[in-house]
Design a binder for this molecule. Structure first.
Ligand code: SAM
Length: 226
């Protein structure tokens, strides 16, 4: 029975609905088929559990970005998730994914595996440099109208605060996804730097961001948009 349900997956069904209304709304039953049938076989559920896969794909089908800026690249899993979603739903976009140069130490640097999940994928471009600086340079040099930023580099308060502040300052109408944003009280001993950075940037921003976050477990993802 369950197998039969998933076999009815049809990518031409309208996923983003009621777009004349104020809130994001998807046909989540249909979209779940896409997540389970198409994304999970490629991307698994680590580091992005099902609700985070759904939030990433939602950002693509709802906002229909013309460009995704993604950092850090690591093995390219997040870039691949954006790529697969855009391909299936026929949303033309470029993906620019940035990781640090070899000579800059970072505990999570993927070295020779950098970007391996998106090698030779059409309209996916890999760059070396600082994520936010490189992305904003590309953004400013082009005529993108509708950028989506995926912030998944260094997860300290200072890094996320800096990156988010720069995006908000330089980009008129950004859609921003941030990873590792789960909040838990201090007894758990978690790094809540990204959560606190988002909270502070929103409080300081004159722009009235809407915020949606996944809940109830690590690692956590937050969507900001205007
Ligand atoms: C958690 S991993 C990213 C996972 C990746 N998004 C994926 O889906 O496979 C963090 C990555 O960010 C990179 N990184 C850290 N700081 C960065 C920065 N300032 N600019 C670009 N990349 C950075 C690290 O080298 C590492 O590869």
């Amino acid at each position: 029975m369950i197998q039969k349900f998933f076999n009815t997956f049809n990518c031409s069904v309208n996923i983003s609905i009621n777009s004349h209304c104020s809130e994001i709304e998807l046909n989540k039953w249909e979209f779940s088929k896409f997540i389970v049938r198409k994304l999970v076989p490629v991307a698994g559920i680590h580091p992005f559990p099902l609700d985070e896969l759904m939030l990433m794909a939602t950002a693509v089908v709802h906002f229909r970005p013309d460009v995704v800026f993604d950092w850090g690249t690591h093995i390219g899993k997040s870039a691949r998730i954006f790529y697969e979603t855009a391909k299936l739903y026929k949303i033309p976009l470029e993906i620019h994914s940035v990781d640090l140069p070899e000579e800059v130490y970072h505990v999570e640097h993927p070295h020779k595996n950098r970007g391996k999940m998106v090698h030779n994928k059409k309209n996916v471009y890999l760059h070396l440099g600082d994520g936010v600086e490189t992305s904003l340079n590309i953004y400013k040099a082009n005529r993108y109208l509708n950028p989506l930023f995926f912030v998944d580099g260094d997860h300290s308060f200072d890094s996320v605060y800096r990156e988010l502040t720069l995006i908000v300052k330089e980009v008129e109408n950004p859609v921003i996804l941030l990873h590792d944003t789960f909040y838990q009280s201090s007894e758990a001993g978690y790094n809540v730097g990204p959560y606190l950075a988002i909270k502070q940037v929103i409080a300081e921003s004159p722009k009235p961001f809407k915020v949606h976050s996944t809940a109830f477990g690590l690692p956590g993802m937050t969507l900001l948009y205007l």
